[in-house]
Design a binder for this molecule. Sequence first.
Ligand SMILES: C[S@@+](CC[C@H](N)C(=O)[O-])C[C@H]1O[C@@H](n2cnc3c(N)ncnc32)[C@H](O)[C@@H]1O
Length: 190
Amino acid sequence: MDFIGDKEYWEEKFAGRGDKQLSPEKSVVENIGYFKKGSVLDIACGDGRNGLFLIENGFKVTGVDFSSKALERFKMFAERNNHYLNTKQIDLSKVSSLKDIGIFDNVLINHYRLSKEQLADMENHIADEGILFICGFGYKHKVDHKIRKEDLIKETDFQEIKKSFQLIKYIENEDDRGFFVTYIFRKKKE
Ligand SMILES: C[S@@+](CC[C@H](N)C(=O)[O-])C[C@H]1O[C@@H](n2cnc3c(N)ncnc32)[C@H](O)[C@@H]1O
């Protein structure tokens, strides 16, 4: 089953979640100091566990996802705390879906794998010295019917962006969910 890109699966999953927000990703919490002050585009934001954490830490967040239920929940959590939030329903399987999204100080992609082409386009959506923060299943993660080989983040994903971004930190960590890698890139000054 194509679980990551299955809209129905995600709509159901978010509809079935309780009233409490999940904890933000450990890697985002531990490395928040690398983010550039300002705005964050949270790509495939889900119901906003990371976006909300970033808002609470002073960032202006825009969340994009194809699940209306996820975005509804993200808005609910933000409103509950009187936080400003911008959301947009976008299907990332369309290569040009982020074309008009704008420019941000940071882009966060947590547990979603953008295509190489979309990653290359990130230089058009991140300000100079802005941060591209990517965390997801890495090469040692056990593949199964849910997480396939093609869902794993690979070093080669970033070949195209090396001209305009510098890798400032790489982290590997393993927990009961699997094996994760984090790449933190900073956009070079033009
Ligand atoms: C594993 S969840 C990660 C959610 C969030 N980033 C987090 O860390 O909690 C994957 C997310 O990708 C979204 N997604 C999957 N395919 C997508 C697509 N084609 N376009 C937009 N969002 C998509 C799902 O709706 C889901 O919210």
